[in-house]
Design a protein around this ligand. Structure first.
Ligand SMILES: [Zn+2]
Length: 113
């Protein structure tokens, strides 16, 4: 008996379990092909989520900079408004995080199939 990751919910389960105790996935009835498909779908969903994060982060940075430009009578006046600083810091962190996440997901050992 070994511990494996459920292809449906990624929780640790016994390799001899007939169904996942966490998400009720009927492992006993699933072929290797079904499991592979499920893993691929779950991986694609995570890639999608990671790229959405980078887009949202980029949008936050752009909004922050636009805010800076529009909120002062003279464009790009220093210091930038707090809103801009917050959006750029969170946007930058989110962007870097999303890129690292994407890179991690695309590494061969994390890619199903
Ligand atoms: Zn499960």
């Amino acid at each position: 008996m070994a511990i494996i990751h459920c292809p449906g919910c990624n929780q640790r389960i016994s390799s001899v379990a007939k169904a996942c105790p966490h998400c009720d996935l009927p492992l006993g009835e699933m072929s290797d092909e079904d499991v592979r498909k499920l893993e691929l779908r779950r991986w694609r969903k995570r890639v999608h989520r990671a790229s959405n994060l980078t887009y949202m982060a980029m949008a936050a940075i752009i909004i922050g900079i636009l805010w800076w430009w529009m909120s002062s009578p003279v464009a790009w006046q220093l210091p930038p408004p707090v809103v801009t600083i917050i959006l750029v810091i969170f946007g930058g962190a989110g962007y870097v995080g999303g890129r690292v996440w994407l890179f991690w997901l695309r590494m061969r050992r994390n890619r199903p199939g």
